[in-house]
Design a protein around this ligand. Structure first.
Ligand code: BG6
Length: 520
């Protein structure tokens, strides 16, 4: 029997893989890190894999003096250093780079936008001139200014049904720093464009394994039947990083881990893991379910924050044989900073499916390794038969969705150790992406750029989604109330976080399940 492969076509994506309408991508922040590390490498890969529209153009917009040629060279170096293949084929690069041009301009200068309009008009093909993706890889404080300027320069229009051409705005995180600022920003953007023209990025949604959560849940009857309070005792979501804040101390002092990771990536994973099945795969149907889920999270009262949320900050330590400074010693960090580099929390989802099931989420910097996992802990068997025997190592079943690296899914169950005794041992069934599908795992930004060009908003965050997530984070921040970190909230770099985070689970007779290093 031959395994059949099922392809699901997303609206606007011809055969599920290719954006086919010619368009121009204008990247604001073209000399920034994101452009060289992620955006251009992603576009280059889409190009060599034949997924770009037959005709496209990329304009890099930034303040520094550069020529088309010098920007192209920088971008090539970016692909060579940061792309997933790190290899550049001369002929393919030249074919790609012929579509790149650089536009020097100040983001606040109207003339720069008039110049941009002229440059775009010069592209000739009406689709390249009018189908525009504006990618805002710039400081969030300038998002509003840029859309105002684009509107004034007549480059951005509110779309109506039946319009021949389209413009879209892709917005990088952070989208605001609290609920109020997110609302102000949303109102600002929506003065010029419709919600369906706004593509708010959470790059975790571009990850293959994160997309697979929905597929896994809703195409496998054996798991979906167990996916509720009757069978699941608790869930853990861990996103651990083995890096510190590095050169981003200035940003991090303003953000902290709660805003930087929990508000977006972890809450997004949670909503995919816990939401109800959507009525269809349409973007709005999926996003409705995610919002419903976020709205069902029990509000974090001051009391709940005090008992169920743990923050932490790393001090000097060793990660992977590499000694690390403490957060307070990092560049552009206040030596008395109370900003958190770690957050662990317990929350409840007050709906029919999840009532009483605790969800434990944690994320932190300078932990022992880089790994993201969802661990589904099933309830134990009744305490009879094997479980009632003394000294038996009987573990409840657990399912681990390993999101990165070493992507895969593991199911743990008990097996009888061969021999005359009734000794049991936990064993694992293992699905690995590599073994099953080979090493090809597109970068998150490839998928996200492709979807933005195709006009599918499924993998982007809707207005009510981002605002609901901010409400949760604001409640936690209010609970912290600007207090200083206590001793129990510090952790040595290279450990799994502060002691207080272990206590959070021990109180419920649970333990964190620490991800294992990649097998490769
Ligand atoms: C970003 C955060 O959104 O995600 C960073 O700003 C973090 O602080 C990064 O390091 C993690 O992403 P990934 O894809 O490496 O897990």
């Amino acid at each position: 029997m031959v395994d059949s492969q099922i392809t699901i076509s997303l609206p606007g994506l011809e055969d599920g893989r290719k954006a086919d309408e010619p368009c121009t991508i204008v990247i604001f922040g073209a000399s920034g890190d994101l452009t060289a590390r992620k955006l251009i490498p992603a576009l280059y890969h889409l190009h060599i894999e034949g997924q770009m529209p037959g005709s496209f153009h990329v304009v890099g917009f930034a303040r520094r003096e550069k020529t088309d040629a010098s920007w192209r060279d920088e971008m090539r170096a970016g692909v060579e250093t940061h792309s997933r293949t790190r290899r550049v084929d001369n002929a393919k690069w030249n074919a790609f780079a012929a579509n790149l041009s650089y536009h020097r301009g100040d983001l606040t200068d109207a003339d720069a936008y008039a110049g941009l309009a002229k440059r775009l008009a010069g592209l000739g093909d009406p689709c390249l001139v009018n189908n525009l993706v504006f990618y805002l890889a710039i400081s969030p404080s300038l998002f509003g200014e840029v859309v105002d300027q684009l509107r004034t320069a007549d480059l951005l229009h509110r779309m109506e049904e039946g319009d021949a051409h389209w413009q879209r705005v892709v917005v990088e995180k952070p989208f605001g720093h609290d609920l109020q600022s997110a609302q102000v920003l949303n109102n600002h953007l929506l003065r010029h464009v419709r919600e369906r023209q706004i593509f708010r990025i959470d790059h975790y949604l571009g990850k293959e394994t994160v997309q697979n959560i929905m597929m896994f849940r809703f195409s496998n009857a054996i798991f979906e039947q167990l996916w509720n309070r009757e069978s699941i005792e608790h869930m853990q979501i861990t996103v651990s990083e083995d890096i510190g804040v590095g050169a981003r101390g200035g940003y991090f002092e303003e953000a902290g881990t709660l805003r930087d990771m929990m508000q977006n990536h972890l809450l997004q994973i949670l909503s995919l893991v816990a939401m109800e099945p959507p009525p269809s795969l349409a973007a709005e149907d999926i996003r409705n379910e995610k919002v419903k889920l976020l709205k069902s999270i029990r509000p974090m009262t001051m009391e709940a924050v005090a008992t169920n949320v743990v923050r932490g900050q790393y001090f000097a330590g060793i990660v992977n044989d590499d000694s690390r400074e403490g957060y307070r010693q990092e560049e552009r960090v206040n030596p008395e900073s109370n900003v958190e580099t770690y957050v662990a929390l317990k929350l409840f989802i007050d709906n029919w499916r999840w009532s009483t099931v605790p969800f434990y989420l944690r994320t932190g910097k300078n932990l022992p390794l880089r790994a993201s996992e969802v661990r589904v802990q099933f309830r134990p068997t009744p305490n009879v038969l094997f479980a009632a025997q003394d000294n038996l190592d009987l573990h409840a079943n657990a399912l681990t969705l390993r999101l990165q690296p070493d992507e895969g899914i593991f199911l743990r169950f008990n097996g009888k150790v061969p021999g005359n005794s009734i000794e049991t041992r936990p064993v694992r069934m293992h699905f690995g992406y590599d073994a099953e599908f080979g090493a090809y795992t597109p970068e998150a930004y490839e998928r996200l750029l492709l979807e933005a060009m195709a006009g599918d908003t499924t993998l982007f965050i809707r207005r009510d989604e981002v605002e609901t997530a901010w409400q949760i984070v604001d409640d936690i921040r209010e609970g912290w109330g600007g207090t200083s970190l206590s001793n129990r909230e510090f952790y040595a770099a290279g450990t799994w976080g502060p002691i207080a985070a272990d206590d959070l689970l021990e109180r419920d007779s649970h333990k964190w399940h620490n991800p294992k290093p990649a097998q490769r």
